[in-house]
Design a protein around this ligand. Structure first.
Ligand code: 13P
Length: 252
C-alpha cells in the first residue's frame, strides 16, 4: 500500500445529492496535493453518484455485511459496495460497535469479506473514556486488534487501521501528543507481530475531532499516517485545510 499520508472523510449518516458539490470541491483540492491520498466515505446512497462526480479521490463505504447477498434487510454487502464503485470500506467504527453491538469477531469477518470483494479496509479501534481513565486504553485496543484484524496471506497490503478514541469523537477533545504517539507505537508493534514485515507498511490513522486547526500537530506525530475525519469532512473548506496540513507534513 502507498505510504502517502491518507486523509479520509467519514460522512457518517450525513449527505444528500446536493452535497456532491462539496465532494467535487474536495476532489479539486486533492488534485493540488498529489502527495496526499484523499478519500471520502459517504452514506451508501451516494457512492455511485460520488464515484461519478470525482476523479482524484477514493470513495468508500462505512460498513459492509459479511455475506455477498441474501435475506439481510437493510444491509449492504462488500460485493455491492465494489459494484457501486467503492475502493474501500470502513469496518468496526465505534458507532457500529456500540450502537449495533458489533463484536471483534464480526468486525474481522467484515474486514475479510471486504478484502475478498476487492476493497481496501480501514479498520477502527479505540477505547472509551472510562477505559482510558482506568489505565486500560492500550490493553483494550490490543484486544480489539487481536480480535478484529483480518488474517490470511497478503491482507496487510490492503489495510489501514484507524485509532479513534471514543471519547474524542465529535467532542472537540483530542488526546495529548504523548498519548497518541504511545498508542500508535503500540499498534505498530502489534501489526508487526501479526503480519511480520508487512505490518510496518500498514498506515495507522488518527481519528477523533481532527480539524483544520489541530491537523498539522496530529499528523506530525510518529506513526500517524493520516486522519479519519468526521464532522470536519462535511465542508470542503475545512477538509481542504486538513489535506493541506498533510501535504505540508509530507514536505517537511
Ligand atoms: P469527528 O471528526 O466528528 O470527531 O468524528 C471522527 C470519526 O468518528 C471519524 O470516523
Amino acid at each position: 500500500m502507498s505510504n502517502l499520508p491518507y486523509i479520509v472523510g467519514n460522512w457518517k449518516m450525513n449527505g444528500s445529492r446536493a452535497m456532491l458539490a462539496e465532494a467535487r470541491a474536495i476532489d479539486r483540492a486533492a488534485a493540488r496535493f498529489p502527495k496526499v491520498q484523499v478519500a471520502l466515505a459517504p452514506p451508501a446512497t451516494l457512492i455511485i453518484a460520488m464515484r461519478e462526480a470525482v476523479q482524484e479521490i477514493g470513495v468508500g463505504g462505512q460498513d459492509c455485511h459479511i455475506e455477498a447477498s441474501g435475506a439481510f434487510t437493510g444491509d449492504v454487502s462488500a460485493v455491492m459496495l465494489r459494484d457501486a464503485g467503492a475502493d474501500f470500506t470502513i469496518v468496526g467504527h465505534s458507532e457500529r460497535r456500540a450502537l449495533h453491538g458489533e463484536s471483534d469477531a464480526l468486525v474481522r469477518a467484515k474486514a475479510e469479506a471486504a478484502q475478498a470483494a476487492g476493497l481496501s479496509v480501514i479498520l477502527c479501534v479505540g477505547e472509551t473514556e472510562a477505559q482510558r481513565d482506568s489505565g486500560k486504553a492500550e490493553d483494550v485496543v490490543a484486544g480489539q486488534l487481536d480480535g478484529s484484524l483480518p488474517r490470511g496471506d497478503e491482507v496487510a497490503a490492503g489495510l489501514a487501521v484507524a485509532y479513534e478514541p471514543v471519547w474524542a469523537i465529535g467532542t472537540g477533545r483530542v488526546p495529548s501528543v504523548k498519548d497518541v504517539r504511545a498508542m500508535h507505537k503500540a499498534i505498530r508493534t502489534q501489526l508487526i507481530t501479526i503480519y511480520g514485515e508487512a505490518g510496518s507498511e500498514v498506515r495507522i490513522l488518527y481519528g477523533g475531532s481532527v480539524n483544520a486547526k489541530n491537523a498539522a500537530k496530529l499528523l506530525a506525530i510518529d506513526e500517524v499516517g493520516g486522519a479519519l475525519v468526521g464532522g470536519a469532512s462535511l465542508v470542503a473548506e475545512g477538509f481542504t485545510a486538513i489535506i493541506g496540513a498533510a501535504g505540508q507534513s509530507e514536505e517537511a
